[in-house]
Design a protein around this ligand. Structure first.
Ligand code: DGJ
Length: 766
């Protein structure tokens, strides 16, 4: 019943480190050792291993302290054996100590102590009104659950706390894992049934993050819709509750499972306190941001409790998803840089060194379903001529797929479009120096398909009720073992029979009628967990069996992007909206939570199908070069000068891609709030290189483009500036110090509508 995959567990196991283990000692001895340890840490850092996390238990005070990077997290067991948050924020001094936790006395008869004590994980029972982390119903009708601390263990950078109900054999293991590089904590909860009867879990969260009491908090979150994903929203945290959620069976783009909270007024892009987090779950989810009657703020997240029910048999356990959260002292910009670093270092396949994204071509916008061997061959030759490294066949290559009305589920190569199978085309693509990628949508079926005709019972449905279609398709119930086996087997066969380097894994609708009539009525709601768990396990098994294959998570655009799926996918498709100007705003929103290196961005045709906007090829390229560059234009319509421009810009991208994909992102001028300009800067990890992208919507009243102040450079290093596109103002020095570029800034000469510029900086000496 584990949601964790073996691979991920193994990865966690690797993250053992030196800085733990002052286990079960007296307070004085522990403190002395701790101070000595901090001293030794400094010398360890000097040896280049600065990424240690430490977990220290003060037995006398019953206080746990986690230090990692610039963050400290402290929790204590109070006199009621509740696990109480004591501190979460900037790293404290080694000499700072905490006395024992004490529960809050409560506000009145109306708000007992259980509601006002800041607890790490609280079950529904004992008079709780705030958002619970766990709610169960026992077979005898009892629904009261009150958890108390029983024991703990510390292994490396992982702390596990065991809680138990006051009378029943229900256990909850809370897990904390600290990332020494970023200070991000991974939290999850495992519920164990050691009673002799099943009970039903009606709500499970990964845990609650408590913030210091305050009234000046501002919440940022992401919203969207198809072709309009990644809108950044801000609102003050008010008394009451804000719920971000998806009830759609998958992540959704209406809300994304990410939050950031800062102190309003005291923050700008790169300074001030920010608490942020993201839930790693690709099924229905919820996140509650709640300010209680004592102005305490708590963030709780897990699978959505709406229509939820998971019957846990004796001896079984259910794991929550992982909920990751961190703290930044360097504003929201610092928070996103930490998240990006964490994703690159700990989440993505091949972390801590995920493979750089190749430049790909995909003809979806050019040909839609009209793919065939001859047409794709011509496009492949054209793509290769500009330096494309990966050629992808999108929708339309399989079954009887001429439109979106038929074929999903029938994963054989269409014999009319590819009479000799895919091999001749793949060979041709290889001979052109590219690798080959293929589109699949494994979780779906068209009613007009052989698969549906054979297995109408395989789709999500309620017996005797209509089956709502989206894009003429139904959802396969991946929770079913036979469906899981079918999906794995057809993908495995495809990968065995063809030399495929990349799968674009699409998912083009949300759930409806989520019934699973084949199993016992009381287990049918397990579909919400088992579906997503099977999705992850298919991805993990495919990756294990075909380790060279890379995967993109696509969901009609950016509807399934989260830290859960990103453990198995190398990149994500952020939106079907490929208008390069719209993308600036969406890409900005995207990077608040996710790394630019996973963000696929295609150069498509102008005018765009989305807004009929006309943009130069250079503008379209530079917008896409802020992420993982792809090309989706109809190359058959390009003129020789377009090929020349594209060839030049693809070559430029290859020079800067490591900085863009792995570097630190600074938002110099945000495109948010109707800004006319947008400027980003990526700085390589060694601070030797930087690349700046600048865009102008429209000039007004002779105003020059604002001066751009760079960030993140080494103040004393000398950097040479060069333009990739656009012009610098007359008098700009060719070489200047990092201090100069950051303090004096740089003037870009830009006037007109939809203008662009890009420049690189490179240190003249290492
Ligand atoms: C939705 C994706 O987002 C598009 O890029 C394309 O792959 C279509 N599906 C194909 O049906």
């Amino acid at each position: 019943m584990m949601l964790e995959t073996k691979t991920n567990m193994e990865r966690h196991d690797h993250r053992q480190n030196i800085g733990t283990a002052l286990l079960e000692m007296s307070k004085r001895v522990a403190m002395l050792l701790y101070i000595a340890f901090m001293g030794s840490l400094a010398s360890v850092s000097a040896m280049g291993q600065a990424n240690a996390a430490s977990i220290v238990f003060d037995k006398q005070a019953q206080v746990f302290r986690i230090d990692a990077a610039d963050m400290s997290y402290v929790l204590g067991i109070n006199e009621k054996k509740q696990v109480q948050t004591l501190y979460w924020g900037k790293r404290l001094n080694a000499t700072d100590t905490f006395s024992a936790a004490h529960s809050d006395p409560g506000l009145s008869a109306f708000d007992a102590s259980i509601n006002t004590t800041q607890q790490e994980f609280v079950a529904w029972g004992g008079g709780l009104y705030v958002e619970p982390d766990l709610k169960v119903t026992f077979p005898d009708g009892n629904r009261d659950l009150v958890l108390e601390y029983v024991s703990h263990s510390i292994e490396g950078n992982r702390l596990t706390l065991r809680l138990k109900d006051i009378s029943r054999e229900v256990y909850v293991d809370l897990q904390y894992e600290a990332d020494g590089t970023t200070g991000i904590l991974r939290r999850s909860a495992q519920v164990l049934n050691k009673t002799n009867a099943p009970f039903t879990i009606e709500q499970i969260a990964s845990g609650t993050w408590n913030l210091p009491r305050g009234t000046d908090y501002r919440l940022r979150y992401l919203t969207g819709r198809w072709a309009g994903e990644w809108s950044l929203h801000e609102q003050m945290v008010q008394p009451g509750k804000t719920i971000l959620e998806s009830r759609r069976g998958s992540t959704g783009d209406q809300n994304n499972p990410w939050f950031a909270i800062d102190r309003n007024g005291a923050n700008d892009q790169d300074s001030g306190d920010v608490w942020f987090g993201a839930l790693g779950w690709s099924g229905s989810w919820q996140m509650s941001i709640e300010q209680d009657q004592l102005q305490q703020v708590r963030v709780t997240a897990g699978p959505n409790s709406f229509d939820f029910g998971y019957r846990l048999a004796p001896g079984e356990h259910l794991d929550s998803p992982d909920f990751y959260a961190g703290y930044s002292h360097d504003g929201i910009g610092g928070a996103s840089r930490l998240l990006h670093r964490f994703e690159i270092g700990s989440i993505l396949p091949h972390a801590p060194t995920p493979k750089l994204r190749p430049v790909l071509y995909n003809s979806w916008e050019a040909t839609t379903f009209s793919v065939d061997e001859a047409g794709q061959e011509v496009l492949a030759e054209e793509a290769a001529s500009i330096g494309v490294e990966r050629f992808v066949i999108d929708d339309g290559w399989f079954g009887q797929r001429a439109t979106d009305h038929a074929g999903l589920g029938d994963w054989y190569v269409n014999p009319t479009k590819f009479p000799h199978g895919l091999k001749p085309l793949i060979d041709k693509i290889h001979s052109l120096g590219m690798d080959f990628g293929l589109w699949v949508e494994p979780e779906m079926v068209n009613p007009d398909s052989d698969l549906y005709r054979k297995h109408p019972d395989w789709v999500l449905n309620f017996t005797g009720r209509p089956r709502t279609e989206g894009r003429n398709q139904l959802m396969l119930n991946l929770a079913r073992p036979d469906v899981r086996a079918y999906v794995f087997q057809f993908l495995d066969k495809l990968l065995n029979e063809n030399d495929i380097a990349f799968l674009k894994w699409d998912y083009n609708r949300n759930w409806s009628e989520p019934g699973w009539p084949a199993i016992a009525q009381e287990d049918q709601k397990k579909v919400y967990i088992d579906y997503t768990r099977n999705l992850y396990s298919i991805l993990a098994e495919l990756r294990e069996k075909h380790p060279h294959v890379e995967i993109e998570s696509c969901s009609g655009g950016g509807s399934r992007v989260d830290l859960g799926i990103m453990r198995f996918t190398d990149e994500v498709w952020p939106s079907d909206n490929t208008d390069a100007f719209d993308r600036l705003l969406m890409q900005d929103g995207f990077t608040y939570a996710y790394a630019p290196g996973v963000m696929t961005a295609w150069v498509t045709d102008s005018p765009t199908w989305v807004n009929q906007r006309v943009l130069t090829l250079e503008f379209r390229f530079l917008s896409s070069m802020q992420g993982a560059l792809g090309i989706g234009a109809n190359l058959n319509n390009w003129k020789p000068e377009d090929f020349a421009t594209a060839k030049k810009m693809v070559a430029q991208y290859k020079q800067i891609r490591e900085t863009v994909q792995r570097g630190s992102l600074y938002r110099l001028i945000s495109p948010q709030k109707g800004s006319e300009q947008s400027v980003t800067e990526s700085v390589s990890q060694d601070q030797q290189k930087a690349v700046v992208f600048a865009f102008l919507h429209s000039s007004e009243m002779l105003y020059p483009f604002p001066r751009v102040f760079l960030r993140g450079l080494k103040p004393d290093a000398m950097y040479k500036v060069e333009t990739l596109d656009g012009k610098l103002s007359a008098g700009t020095p060719a070489v200047a110090s990092g201090t100069f570029w950051m303090q004096h800034g740089i003037d870009v000469d830009m006037r007109g509508d939809f203008q662009d510029a890009a420049l690189t900086l490179e240190a003249t000496a290492p």
